[in-house]
Design a protein around this ligand. Structure first.
Ligand code: NAD
Ligand code: UDP
Length: 315
């Protein structure tokens, strides 16, 4: 008998690669998405398969799915800092009411619950690298908090359903992820730099460019998510890559790998709370689940640039 997973947010960037993986592993999949930041086009090829169906639905509304469900996966949430000011209330509701509705469904179906949390719950971190026991430094009143505090609330709600109702839960804290099928206009740094470099436009470097991130290629992330989902552990587990780079170095790398003649243009920071450094401590997932990412930044960016080359050609 095939296992069946409901994937909320399955029409998004990470959702596409995660659902593809589930289908390859022999799962039946129901994608639930309101297409707020995902697209039908993203999943058209997946829906050609007999084992994948799509339900257009906003998870802020209660959800009914007929038949058995073994796993409920919550990837639904706009994740770009640009969206934090564009649709702040929708983000808070998706994290709170949306997660509640999915947990109720998991309880009703006796399904395991995998949740996409984020490194943003650490805020602008005072310790480096960030390990899972660090409680974070989020500015509650800042514009990023709609996402950060929403995700923190969701984690607490998930632990509560585990404690009170014995729902098997699994929390993954995802660090910056990149790769094919990123939304070209979502405003995140990798998509911006790739599109700008390939179009011969200046790369928009925010602030002094010395802030760092550690980027994880999407296939590596999905491998981690899959292991966390199948494990007996609640986590939380950081998933990411420890290769840390400043945004200035990233801009130079994208220019070099794309062979672009673009220059770098300094712009003000989008949000004053922009985290200054970010790198995951991966000891927990490595020791517990034997997980380590395998794609270095040069390889991953080369594949991502190949993808964006097609996108630019179609524009
Ligand atoms: P994405 O925007 O591409 O995907 C999110 C998907 O959720 C979209 O298809 C969107 O339409 C859907 N969605 C949003 N609100 C919804 C709602 N109320 N009801 C139903 N569907 C809804 O983003 P992504 O980068 O693929 O992120 C997926 C998950 O991973 C998110 O939960 C995000 O917070 C988390 N995450 C991503 C990153 C990253 O670097 N990409 C980092 C940390 C955490
Ligand atoms: N950034 C940048 N230029 C851009 C977009 C983003 O310099 O065109 C910076 C941003 O200020 C942040 C980093 O790149 O310091 C990562 O931004 P992103 O929005 O990708 O993700 P975040 O980690 O901030 O959620």
């Amino acid at each position: 008998m095939r296992a069946r997973a409901v994937v909320a947010g399955g029409a998004g960037f990470i959702g596409y690669t995660f659902v593809s993986r589930l289908l390859r592993e022999g799962f039946d999949v129901v994608i639930v998405d309101n297409l707020a930041t995902g697209t039908r086009r993203n999943i058209n090829d997946l829906l050609q398969e007999n084992h994948c169906e799509f339900v257009e639905h906003d998870i802020c509304q209660p959800l009914a799915i007929s038949g058995p469900v073994d796993y409920l996966v919550n990837l639904a949430c706009p994740a770009s800092p640009v969206d934090f000011s564009r649709i702040p209330v929708e983000i808070m509701r998706t994290c709170s009411e949306g997660t509640y509705n999915l947990l109720e469904l998991a309880l009703h179906k006796r399904a395991g619950f995998l949740h996409a949390s984020t490194s943003e719950i650490y805020g602008d971190p005072e310790i480096h690298p960030q390990h899972e026991d660090y409680t974070g430094n989020v500015n509650i009143a800042g514009p990023r908090a709609v996402y950060d505090e929403g995700k923190r609330y969701a984690e607490t709600l998930i632990h509560t359903y585990h404690r009170e109702f014995d729902v098997p839960v699994h929390i993954a804290r995802i660090f910056n992820t990149y790769g094919p099928r990123m939304r070209p206009d979502d405003g995140r740094v990798v998509s911006n730099f790739c599109i700008q470099a390939l179009s011969g436009e200046p790369l928009t470097l925010y602030g002094d460019g010395q802030q760092t991130r550690s980027f994880c290629y999407v296939d590596d992330l999905v491998e981690g998510l899959f292991r966390v989902m199948l494990s007996e552990f609640s986590g939380p587990f950081n998933i990411g890559n420890i290769e840390e780079i400043s945004m200035e170095e990233l801009a130079e790398k994208v220019i070099e790998l794309s062979g672009s003649a673009s220059e770098i243009e300094h712009r003000p920071l989008l949000h004053p709370d922009d985290p200054k450094r970010r790198r995951p401590a991966l000891d927990r997932i490595k020791e517990t689940l034997g997980y380590e990412p395998t794609t270095d930044l040069t390889t991953g960016l080369t594949r991502t640039l190949d993808w964006f080359r097609q996108v630019v050609a179609e524009q």
